[in-house]
Ligand binder design. Sequence first.
Ligand code: PFF
Length: 442
Amino acid sequence: MERETWATRIGFILAAVGSAVGLGNIWRFPFQVGQNGGSAFLIMYLACVLLIGIPAILVEFVIGRRSQRNPIGAFHALGKSRFRAIGAVCVVTGFVILSYYTVVAGWVLRYIGGSATGAYFGSEEAYFLEIATGYDAVVLHAVFLAVTVGIVMLGIKRGIELAVKAMVPAIALLLAGLAVYALTLDGVVDGYRYYLSPDFATLAAEWTTILPAAVGQALFTLSLGMGVMITYASYVGEDQSLLVDSGSIALLDTVIAFLSGLILFPILFTIDATPGDGGAGEFFIGVGGAFADIPLGTIVGVVFFVTLAVAALSSAISILEVIVSYFIDEFGFDRRVATFGVGVIVFVAGIPAALDMGTFEVYDQVTGELLLPLGMFLLVLFVAWVVPEESLDELLKGRSGSNLDVFWLWWVRTVVTVAVGLTLVLSVYGFAVEFGLLAESA
Ligand code: PFF
């Protein structure tokens, strides 16, 4: 059976942007800014997207387009089956991320209704604690997953591509509208100052904690380290310039994350909330508290959570596609059967996270801080040292050559390897301290 492809180039770019733009941009990004020194983090993050994110997208792209396979099959197709464990790390990471990502998305669905009826106004914390775990959370996790399964079942062109062509412009428009609304709030001056006035002093003093957080956020937001970009690029034709596409994708994702900050900080400063209070629930509690208070809060709340739900959906479909493509490519499964089967397994795997906040946090931490950087690090080493010639050749397709290609390989071998490797080492160290295997240094 012939392998599917994207119908259009813009379809591929929007699908990749749809994957990149998600809870990471709107939920995770502003709180990373808050926890890591405000504008100092913003500067480091922008540098990481440019210097590490874009070259790393290309690492996944060349593997995907060269092999025309899912992340595990890719290694076989490239004649390097020995390394297929790297692909397995990616797919397993995707599986775990999807199982709890859809739990958070379920909360978002709940908050659309909660904003419309004002159900959480005045009791934000109690509301979150009530809906976040338990029967309701399981049901909404199932509902969100069912929609995700429905889209992926329809395939690349008729499912994912059509869906993202509607979803991505909608997300951008809704966020732009919210950013204009945020301009009218009392907290806009303080919020912007906190977010935008360059703070090089903090950056210099705390770069050792800001750097790994910024690298981690850049990987997470660009959907790197779990084979999404390998899988999406495996449906791309050879006449397309991967280099240009990676730049467009990173730019659009960054603009949307930046816009989210322009919305969130004025909102939070209007009610004097401290943006640094992180944690999965704090976001919902803090933002919910603001909607209860600010002008037009009900309608703004609904629009905000609808945007968040759409953004989460366009990311969830990309993770599901990674796993589904594995079953289709390697075992010849029918797409519908594979999608349904994987959906059921992901549903079951997510139940513990939907029932218990402690378990949820373990899923989030282990994947985000450990498995994503690990997967990315291994992919980087593979491209840089095992298949460098093939990778360069792949990058040249669809464009006229320049020294940029050789520079890219050199850059991946040095800066990207060191930055992602360092992030991984710091994460492992952090875990070792947390689980008492190592004493914290003074
Ligand atoms: N990039 C998505 C976001 O920012 O929300 C999250 C994500 C999707 C992470 C897909 C990893 C992934 F493979």
